[in-house]
Design a protein around this ligand. Structure first.
Ligand code: MF3
Ligand code: CO
Ligand code: CO
Length: 249
């Protein structure tokens, strides 16, 4: 069931998103080679505590951290670790879900550590661009879920990249994961409902440089590309209001 949000509720999620956006600005200035992914998580968790925000990921199905930090061939759900040390040339996705006064926002930024190779940089730029193409499509009047998916898929396909199929975007706001699912590719099996005012959801393309296929590690979380090539992930929480689409993160 899709839980539509009224203006007051959207204001609450906007406030949550404001903190999350600030957190990414802080991270962009601090993330660097030599730092472990555990330290990246620590910066985020300390920020959340300092600003009296909750970390819904922590303890979610026993997930052990506040954030997911996914390096290079890790697509999503990288568990922060003291053993994973960032180095020049790495591509690092930081996925953070934040709660403020009961309202939840969710966003992912991918950072380049120092100079990355040209093909990795392009993967990053194009994945972020795919997110914005999806957001723009969602703001068009009468847009349906398939329109978002088609816009992302057709943009990404021209580069020969793989679009991860097992994971997708979702409604958000009261809980971390609400209906509907927001797919990044078109399939007749996926629901194609019309977007409605009051919907708040995450669009989050997960794009692999090589095959779309993934593998899940024995830790029960880490998702890697099947071919070991790099992957990228960008995510925003958006709201559909009377004045159109608004990015809340
Ligand atoms: N933030 C993720 C999403 O975009 C989910 C986090 S999984 C968790 O849907 F285990 F970290 F909670
Ligand atoms: Co997320
Ligand atoms: Co999400």
């Amino acid at each position: 069931m899709i839980q539509l949000k009224n203006e007051k509720e959207i204001e609450g999620i906007r406030e949550s998103g404001k903190y999350l956006k600030e957190l990414f600005v802080e991270l962009s200035g601090r993330i660097m080679a030599g730092m472990s992914t555990f330290e990246v998580d620590k910066i985020a968790f300390e920020y959340m505590k300092k600003h009296k925000c909750g970390a819904p990921c922590l303890g979610y199905y026993d997930y052990p951290a506040a954030t997911c930090v996914s390096v290079n061939d890790t697509v999503i759900h990288g568990i922060p670790s003291k053993k994973i040390i960032l180095k020049e040339g790495d591509l690092v996705s930081v996925d953070i879900t934040l709660e403020k006064n009961g309202f939840i926002s969710d966003s992912t930024h991918t950072y380049e550590i120092g100079n990355v190779s040209e093909d990795v940089h392009l993967l990053n730029v194009r994945t972020e661009k795919a997110l914005y193409i999806g957001i723009e499509k969602a703001g068009e009047s009468g847009a349906r879920l398939h329109d978002i998916a088609y816009a992302i898929e057709s943009y990404i396909n021209q580069f020969g990249y793989g679009i991860v199929r097992e994971y997708c975007g979702h409604g958000v706001g009261f809980e971390m994961h609400e209906d509907p699912l927001i797919y990044n590719y078109v399939s007749p099996q996926n629901t194609n409902s019309k977007l409605k005012k009051g919907m708040v959801f995450c669009i989050e393309p997960m794009i692999n440089m090589g095959t779309h296929k993934i593998k899940e590690l024995d830790d029960g979380w880490t998702v890697k590309t099947a071919d070991g090539k790099p992957a990228c992930h960008w995510e925003h929480t958006v709201a559909l209001t009377n004045s159109g689409i608004e990015i809340l993160t």
